[in-house]
Design a protein around this ligand. Sequence first.
Ligand SMILES: [Zn+2]
Length: 131
Amino acid sequence: MHELSIALSVVEAVEEFAAGYPGERVEEVRLRVGALAGVEAEALDFSFAVVCEGTALAGARLAIEHVPAVVRCRPCEREFAVRPPLDLRCPACGGGSVECASGRELEIAAVVLGTAEGADEREVAGDVPSP
Ligand SMILES: [Zn+2]
């Protein structure tokens, strides 16, 4: 299952990051997932909970931020959102030649670490390693 291997990559990356903060626990992992990333949020959420068991992330929440698919028209450079059913024609010039501007994201947006004094948000940069 695709989502399971993504969840594994995420948990591994966050474990490595959290190891730099001994005594703090991972409260929440925030993922940015593009509409074109080919990831099903529900399956990922389920996989994440399973993979977290027995790791430093046990009990952590997974927050998924959905990034809409946006494409850019090559001739006129207009950007527009794409929704199913997929219509890639430019609303401005009617051109059909587009490139992806956003929507393929699959990255860790932030990790929330908790201490005895309360939650403390720390940012992690970079893409989740591809499974
Ligand atoms: Zn156009």
